[in-house]
Design a protein around this ligand. Structure first.
Ligand code: MF3
Ligand code: CO
Ligand code: CO
Length: 257
């Protein structure tokens, strides 16, 4: 399947799915505190998605993923599995939410800090969010995807952070992961050219140390930094419009978007 251009009807459904995914992140925020287990956060999000939103949590059973959300703490890059592990002061955690509503996906994640994390962790959270914003700023018809990867990599490396290569953003719609792959590194003027009606995610994973990752062979999902350094990720689902971008998963707190 090549890159799909969404129709007006599909775009309306993508808007709804995107808004619901963003709503889950806003809803769960008060529960993301020291002492809570990631399984409790999974249950809170699952029940809200299924009962209140009457939507489907896309990760559950996706290629065998066992839970409804991803929770990635500290040196976990992505695809952390909710468990009995309790959050503690100083942790950083990414919560990644994907919902399916009326056949279409909305995919978004953000970082939460538990209490006050180290200065270095705070810096990592801030710069990695800026990386996402630098990418979003470039979204309009005519932009090469490589321009976006280049801008993200340049911003991360300017602060001596690194960009994970093994996982990337993706087209999204009826399928969770569609073409194209959206790399968070690369060269200007390379890759597919954006067109109005495309929907895709940007979701840079930025490490405080080296870029290399390691997949947990026991659970087949949890991805950590090879050097055990901290990692941070932010994700939005985007629509390319005639004159720029619409952030389908924007939250109320994001007055800079
Ligand atoms: N939400 C992730 C993404 O941004 C994918 C999670 S796949 C899962 O693409 F199976 F781990 F849920
Ligand atoms: Co995604
Ligand atoms: Co996601």
């Amino acid at each position: 399947m090549s890159i799909t251009i969404k129709t007006a009807e599909e775009i309306e459904k993508m808007r709804t799915a995107g808004r619901l995914a963003a709503d889950v992140l806003m809803m769960v925020e008060p529960y993301v505190v020291a002492g809570v287990t990631t399984e409790e956060l999974n249950r809170i999000c699952h029940d809200y998605i299924v009962e209140t939103q009457e939507a489907i949590p896309a990760p559950l059973d996706y290629h065998g993923f066992p839970k409804s959300i991803c929770t990635s703490i500290n040196n976990v890059i992505c695809h952390g599995i909710p468990s009995q592990k309790r959050l503690k002061k100083g942790d950083i955690i990414n919560i990644d939410i994907t919902v399916i509503k009326d056949g279409y996906h909305g995919d978004t994640s953000k970082m939460f800090a538990i209490g006050k994390p180290s200065i270095r962790a705070q810096r990592l959270l801030q710069i990695s969010r800026e990386c996402l914003l630098k990418g979003i700023e470039l979204v309009r018809p005519g932009t090469h995807l490589g321009d976006i990867g280049y801008a993200i990599q340049k911003h991360a490396e300017r602060y001596h952070f690194s960009v994970v290569h093994e996982y990337c953003g993706h087209g999204i719609g009826r399928d969770f992961h569609e073409e194209p792959q959206v790399l968070h590194y690369g060269d200007k003027g390379t890759g597919p050219v954006l067109q109005s009606g495309m929907t895709f995610t940007i979701e840079p994973m930025i490490n405080a140390g080296k870029r290399h990752s390691k997949l947990n062979p026991k659970d087949g999902w949890t991805v950590t930094t090879k050097d055990r350094s901290l990692s941070s990720q932010w994700e939005h689902t985007l629509l390319v419009t005639d004159d720029g971008v619409e952030v389908l998963t924007r939250r109320e707190e994001e007055d800079d978007l």
